[in-house]
Design a binder for this molecule. Structure first.
Ligand SMILES: [Ca+2]
Ligand SMILES: [Ca+2]
Length: 258
């Protein structure tokens, strides 16, 4: 007959093994870069400026792309990727008086015909950074957005998930968005998973588009064909911490009994 404490120890290690396996999750595969631009050659020749609300002025003179004006500006890169990973660095450029209108949108997959009011008739998915007020504080709010042709502005789109970040200020953010063939979109801010949504309305793309509203900068755009391994949404992660606590308590109780 097996000793009861041995049995319990075995049970405990089994539970821990299962938990560790779940925690490790799926391993990543090799990704193939489809296109990229770091603007270090000082130009944006592969991009197409679009026009909306004034003549946009873009420049790549300091190894990054800058919207050099105080109006909305849209610039696109031909991109058909719909399943994969999009990385981009964005720099907010607000001063205190500019903070209210400082939206940045990275449309990682959009379809549609650009017109003289480019962006208005696009459909697809974007990652947006907008200043917003939480309590008495102005913070950068990040969101995954779905834009349909009916939305009457490049920065107006349905919010699929949102996250309130740091107080408004001038800084660079490293943004990574990944999308699976099942329509699961996950976004990372400076390496931390912050947003997740599933939407399957759109499955094609003509453009990758950057939308700035005033004096923002962009750099290190990298697009590849492989979705990143992702965790569950934050809400489930919080629940997950509870499950871990219960497991630890269970193991301790079993050990004491053994
Ligand atoms: Ca650069
Ligand atoms: Ca170039």
């Amino acid at each position: 007959m097996i000793d009861q404490s041995k049995k319990n120890r075995l049970k405990s290690s089994l539970i821990l093994s299962v938990f560790l396996l779940l925690a490790i999750g799926p391993s990543s595969c090799y990704a193939t870069e489809i296109w990229s631009d770091d603007f270090d050659d000082g130009d944006f020749d592969d991009w197409t400026p679009r026009y909306y609300g004034g003549d946009p002025v873009w420049n790549a003179s300091e190894n990054r792309l800058k919207l050099d004006q105080e109006h909305i500006g849209i610039i696109t890169y031909d991109s058909a990727v719909t399943t994969g990973t999009w990385s981009v660095d964005i720099q907010t450029c607000e001063t205190a008086e500019m903070a209210e209108a400082n939206d940045i949108v990275v449309y990682f997959m959009v379809d549609g015909i650009p017109t003289s009011e480019a962006g208005m008739d696009w459909m697809g998915y974007g990652f947006q950074m907008s200043p917003s007020t939480v309590g008495s504080e102005s913070v950068h709010t990040f969101s995954i957005r779905k834009k349909s042709a009916e939305m009457d502005s490049a920065t107006r789109a349905l919010v699929l998930d949102s996250y309130n970040g740091e107080p408004v200020g001038r800084r660079w953010y490293h943004i990574v968005v990944t999308r699976t063939s099942n329509g699961q979109i996950t976004a990372f801010l400076n390496g931390t998973q912050i947003l997740q949504a599933v939407d399957t309305d759109y499955n094609s793309s003509e453009y990758f588009a950057l939308v700035g509203t005033q004096f923002q900068c962009f750099d290190n755009v990298i697009v590849d064909d492989q979705p990143l391994p992702v965790g569950p949404p934050l809400e489930i992660l919080v629940l997950g911490t509870g499950v871990v606590a219960i497991l630890v308590v269970a193991v301790v109780v079993m050990k004491r009994r053994g």
